[in-house]
Design a protein around this ligand. Structure first.
Ligand SMILES: N[C@@H](CCC(=O)N[C@@H](CS)C(=O)NCC(=O)O)C(=O)O
Length: 219
């Protein structure tokens, strides 16, 4: 059976959402981010991204990691693209062109959107804006996001989904990245097509199953 290392409150959420889309059974090993626990290196600490056993599996020391029939794979987007390709339902590519486009949108999300969207998640959405410096950092992140969000908006204004006119792994990857910025109302307001698409993605039973599991984990 597929093994997923990583708590659901991590980028493992992407892999877990996909498994629900694919009806793919999995076993989850709840490896937690080292920075989220008081002393990650203490004897008896829960399995975390500094644990020697985990580092032996994945020297990068980050979740998610999967074990799939002998293949050990890290990087959430490599994992979701691999599983979608392998299990070949409508969520995955039907031909090489679709495969390429799913990679294109996933990597555009990871490179042009995710870093600034994460800044917004960390400082804005969690209500931890401490001072003018934090507010300035968030404002700059939001400013930098306008250009890539315009690209996404223009595409989604004329296509219901990113690739092939149906929900695919490309939407899943991008929606999980966009979720980080979703709470910034002023940033999202000029992008109605993105808001409608994100809402459709998050309305899916497979997303809701992942989200329920995520909420059940301690913050
Ligand atoms: N690009 C990687 C990033 C992985 C990553 O940074 N994961 C975080 C959790 S979402 C992590 O494991 N951090 C562990 C740590 O910093 O100790 C991916 O998409 O999988």
């Amino acid at each position: 059976m597929l093994i997923i290392h990583g708590v659901t409150r991590s980028r493992a959420s992407r892999v877990i959402w996909l498994c629900h889309e694919l009806d793919l059974p999995f076993r989850q090993v709840p490896v937690i981010q080292a920075y989220r626990i008081a002393d990650a290196d203490a004897p008896g600490a829960p399995s975390n991204t500094h644990s020697p056993d985990f580092l032996a599996l994945s020297p990068a020391g980050a979740v998610p990691v999967i074990e799939d029939e002998g293949l050990v794979l890290s990087e959430s987007l490599a994992i979701t693209l691999h599983l979608a390709r392998k299990h070949g339902t409508s969520v995955g590519p039907q031909d090489y062109a679709e495969d390429a486009l799913m990679g294109q949108w996933s990597f555009y999300g990871a490179t042009a959107i995710e870093p600034d969207a994460l800044t917004i998640l960390m400082l804005h959405n969690r209500g931890t804006l401490q001072d003018a410096d934090d507010a300035g950092i968030v404002a700059h992140a939001a400013e930098r996001l306008v250009r890539p969000l315009k690209v996404l908006e223009e595409h989604l204004a004329i296509h219901a989904y990113l690739v092939g006119g149906r929900f695919t792994v490309a939407d899943l990857n991008m929606a999980e990245i966009m979720r980080y910025a979703q709470g910034h109302g002023a940033l999202m307001e000029p992008f109605p097509a993105i808001r409608a698409w994100l809402s459709a993605c998050q309305d899916r039973p497979a997303f809701k199953a992942m989200w329920q599991a995520r909420l059940a984990e301690p913050e």
